[in-house]
Design a protein around this ligand. Structure first.
Ligand SMILES: NC(=O)c1ccc[n+]([C@@H]2O[C@H](COP(=O)([O-])OP(=O)(O)OC[C@H]3O[C@@H](n4cnc5c(N)ncnc54)[C@H](OP(=O)(O)O)[C@@H]3O)[C@@H](O)[C@H]2O)c1
Length: 372
C-alpha cells in the first residue's frame, strides 16, 4: 500500500481543454483524479510542447473524440500513488510521459500516469528541463530497438533504484536479463536525419552509448553542428543542401566512402521529394530505415528494410518497460545530456496555446516549455 493512498488529496483541478479541432482551448474545472492501483498522480510543474500537440489540435492526428486534453511531456511532484505502486512515492519530483488509455494528457494541473511512465527527476535538472525530454527519449529508444533491431545496454543493466511496479506491462522484464533473443545487426555507420531535433539529439546519445565505434552522421542546419557533435555525432551534413548532395556528403563521410548501414529519420526528411537521400545507403549493407512516425506517409525504396516507430513502442520492447526508470541513471552517470536548449514560453496553463502556435511556426534546435 502506498504511504499516501487514500489520504486527503486537494479537491479539484483545472484542465486546459481543446474544445474542437483547431481550438479554441478552454480552462475548465474537474474533480481531482483517482489513480488506478498502478498509477500515480503528478502535480505538473512544467510541461513540454511537442509537434504532436499542435498536429492533434489542428489536424486531429491521433484524436478519437473532442473535447480532448493534450500534452505528452510533464515534470512535477507526485501527490498520490496507487495502492500497488512501489519505487515512487508522494513528494518525489519526477518527469513523465503523459496521456494513455483514455487518461487526459499533461495540459492540466494534475496528470495521472502508469508508474513506469515516470522516473525520478535528475537532481541537476530543473522541472522545465526535465519536461523537455521524455517523449523524445522514448521515441529514440523505439527508433533504435524496434527500427534498427539494436539492443540498448542501459536497459540491460541492473537498476540502481527500485523499478516502479511493471505489472501492467505486456512484457515485464527481469533486471539484467538478455534484452533480445535476436542477434543484433552489425552496424558500423548510421545516418540520423534531423540531428538537431529532440528525437535526433536523444538517438545520437543512445547510439553513442551503445556502440562507441559507430560512425554517426547527422543532417541538421550548420548552426547546430557544435551542439550535435557534443552529443556524440561524428560528422554533420548541412540539411539545407539538395537531397542528392546530402546523399553524396553522407557517403563521403561514411567508412571508406561506401555509404551508411542504417538511417534513423526523425523528421520524415527522406520522404516525398527527398528520396535521393536513400542513395546514402551502402550497397550490399543491411539498409535499415527507422522512420519516426510524423504523419507523413512512409515510402522506402525496394531493398530497404523499413519500420515506422513511435514513442510508446519503447515500452513494448524487451527491457523497455523500465526505459523511463533507467533514464535517470543514464543522466546521473553522465551518459545522457539534455538534447536541446529549452525556451520557457510562458507560465500557467493559459500560456500553452500561444506556445503551440510558436512551435507550429517552426523551431530550430530548441524545445518549448511552459512553467506551471
Ligand atoms: N510518433 C511519436 O511517438 C513521436 C514522438 C516524438 C516525435 N514525433 C515526431 O517526430 C518529429 C520530430 O519531433 P521532435 O520533437 O524531435 O522535433 P523538433 O525538435 O521540434 O524538430 C525541429 C528540428 O527539426 C529539424 N528538421 C526539420 N526538417 C528537417 C529536415 N528535412 N532535415 C533535417 N532536419 C530537419 C530542424 O533542424 P535545423 O534547425 O537544424 O534545421 C529542427 O531543429 C515530429 O514530426 C514529431 O511529430 C513523433
Amino acid at each position: 500500500m502506498s504511504p499516501n493512498a487514500g489520504s486527503a488529496a486537494p479537491k479539484g483541478i483545472q484542465q486546459y481543454i481543446a474544445a474542437r479541432k483547431g481550438g479554441p482551448f478552454q480552462l475548465t474545472n474537474a474533480p481531482y483524479p483517482e489513480p488506478g492501483p498502478n498509477e500515480i498522480c503528478i502535480r505538473n510543474r512544467a510541461v513540454g510542447l511537442n509537434p504532436l500537440d499542435w498536429k492533434n489540435l489542428h489536424l486531429g492526428m491521433m484524436v478519437d473524440t473532442w473535447p480532448e486534453i493534450f500534452g505528452i511531456d510533464t515534470a512535477g511532484v507526485v501527490e498520490v500513488a496507487g495502492k500497488n505502486v512501489q519505487g515512487i512515492k508522494a513528494g518525489d519530483a519526477v518527469m513523465s510521459l503523459a496521456g494513455h488509455g483514455g487518461r487526459a494528457g499533461a495540459f492540466q494541473d494534475v496528470t495521472t500516469v502508469p508508474a513506469n511512465y515516470a522516473c525520478r527527476k535528475p537532481a541537476a535538472w530543473t522541472f522545465e528541463q526535465a519536461a523537455s525530454v521524455p517523449i523524445c527519449y522514448l521515441t529514440a529508444v523505439a527508433s533504435i530497438i524496434k527500427g534498427l533491431g539494436l539492443p540498448l545496454p542501459h536497459l540491460k543493466e541492473p537498476p540502481k533504484e527500485k523499478i516502479p511496479n511493471l505489472d501492467d506491462l505486456a512484457s515485464p522484464i527481469t533486471p539484467g536479463a538478455s534484452q533480445t533473443q535476436v542477434k543484433p545487426p552489425l552496424l558500423n555507420s548510421v545516418l540520423i536525419i534531423g540531428g538537431s531535433s529532440g528525437v535526433g539529439g536523444c538517438a545520437i546519445q543512445l547510439l553513442r552509448d551503445a556502440l562507441p565505434h559507430l560512425v554517426i552522421i547527422t543532417t541538421n542546419s550548420p548552426a547546430h553542428d557544435k551542439k550535435v557533435t557534443s552529443l556524440g555525432a561524428t560528422t554533420c551534413v548541412d540539411r539545407n543542401m539538395k537531397p542528392d548532395q546530402i546523399a553524396k556528403a553522407v557517403r563521403d563521410a561514411s567508412p571508406n566512402g561506401k555509404g551508411v548501414d542504417a538511417m534513423i529519420d526523425t523528421v520524415a526528411g527522406a520522404m516525398e521529394g527527398n528520396k535521393e537521400i536513400f542513395g546514402a545507403f551502402r550497397e550490399g549493407g543491411p539498409k535499415l530505415y527507422s522512420h519516426v512516425m510524423t504523419g507523413a506517409k512512409m515510402e522506402a525504396p525496394d531493398g530497404v528494410k523499413a519500420a515506422t516507430v513511435f514513442g510508446r513502442m519503447a515500452f513494448q520492447t524487451d527491457g523497455g518497460g523500465a526505459a523511463m526508470t533507467r533514464l535517470v541513471d543514464l543522466v546521473e552517470s553522465g551518459r545522457f545530456k539534455l538534447p536541446l536548449d529549452i525556451e520557457v514560453v510562458g507560465k500557467g496553463l493559459g500560456a500553452i496555446g500561444g506556445g503551440l502556435e510558436k512551435l507550429r511556426g517552426g523551431v530550430s534546435g530548441t524545445k518549448l516549455v511552459v512553467s506551471l
